[in-house]
Design a protein around this ligand. Structure first.
Ligand SMILES: C[S@@+](CC[C@H](N)C(=O)[O-])C[C@H]1O[C@@H](n2cnc3c(N)ncnc32)[C@H](O)[C@@H]1O
Length: 293
């Protein structure tokens, strides 16, 4: 698993310099709790972030701009030259490009061995497919399917990968009663399904946890690179993370729901592995559809 850098450690005391959420939690600066409705997702992702990424891509398409450039030069343009990241409960200062590289490395380390054994890889809530593109560079010859709620992100992906037949991105909604993207997969193929900071966008993971296991005959493994709510954490950082999740209306029930589902066996749950945002770090959950022991 990715390892923390040997130096450039930060104390929790220094975190307010890198995240204005802490001041807001303490009443310094405005704080209004978010309701993560579909309208909120439409406004934040479709109409704002991905619409502007699509416009940027179209402006530069003639120059042969890549998905990585859209991400680093445009989507992440507001990030300063350095950023505070977390490994477990420890904070570090990295250059922003090191942080993004570390984030990509985590994805490849976690999914790489499973993708190597799969025929196809599916990402649900994939944005414009940056993660799929990264995996496609490492695993040519496999097929990559992405499902995404934002029409602008789907359009951007279709334009980005129009000459790359191994990546297909289509409309998808976690709230739907069935997932046609999975219905269409051929039975008998080895399929890895994953999400990355996408189920976080739902106030409850109940529907996903109900629908996904119904595709047991089409999935060899499921991995979530998602934040997990630590009910029992009592350190200051754990309390700040809980508050961040609550204020953003991110789900608090993904892992408990998976563990309670008799059709699911959770094989791995590693908490707070790496945080590009230390208040909302990525945990890693891997499960398969199988009866409990
Ligand atoms: C933080 S972004 C992560 C995107 C991508 N997985 C990544 O790692 O870059 C969250 C994504 O979840 C998508 N999303 C939010 N609600 C969704 C829903 N109901 N169905 C499908 N995707 C959704 C958003 O549009 C956005 O692309």
């Amino acid at each position: 698993m990715i390892v923390p850098p040997s130096q450039k450690r930060l104390s929790l005391n220094e975190l307010p310099r890198w995240s204005n959420w802490l001041g807001r939690f303490l009443g310094v600066g405005p704080l209004s709790p978010i309701r993560r409705t579909r309208e909120k997702i439409d406004a934040e992702y479709d109409k704002d972030k991905y619409a502007s990424c699509l416009a940027y891509y179209r402006q530069h398409a003639q120059e042969g701009i890549t998905v990585d450039q859209v991400r680093k030069e445009w989507e992440m343009r507001a990030v300063g030259s350095e950023s505070c990241v977390s490994f477990g409960d420890e904070l570090f200062l990295l250059s922003s490009s090191e942080s993004l590289t570390m984030n990509d490395q985590l994805l490849l380390e976690v999914l790489g061995p499973l993708a190597a054994q799969a025929d196809s890889v599916v990402e649900l809530g994939c944005g414009y497919g940056h993660n799929l593109w990264l995996l496609a560079q490492q695993f040519p010859g496999k097929t990559f399917f992405g499902g995404e709620y934002s029409p602008q992100a789907v359009t951007l992906a279709q334009e980005l990968y129009r000459n790359n037949p191994s990546i297909h991105v289509e409309q998808f909604n976690f709230y739907d009663p069935t997932y046609p993207i999975l219905d269409r997969l051929e039975k008998g193929r080895r399929v890895l399904v994953f999400t990355r900071h996408a189920i976080e966008q739902l106030p409850s993971a109940a529907n996903v946890c109900l629908v996904l296991p119904k595709y047991a005959d089409r999935m060899t493994a499921v991995v979530h690179l998602e934040p997990l709510y630590e009910t029992h954490g009592e350190s200051l950082l754990a309390l700040l993370r809980k508050r961040y999740t609550e204020m953003n209306d991110y789900n608090r029930d993904l892992l408990p729901l998976l563990r309670a589902n008799p059709a699911v066996t959770v094989q791995e749950a590693q908490m707070n592995v790496f945080g590009l945002n230390p208040l909302n770090p990525t945990s890693v959950i891997r499960w398969i559809c199988a009866p409990h022991g």
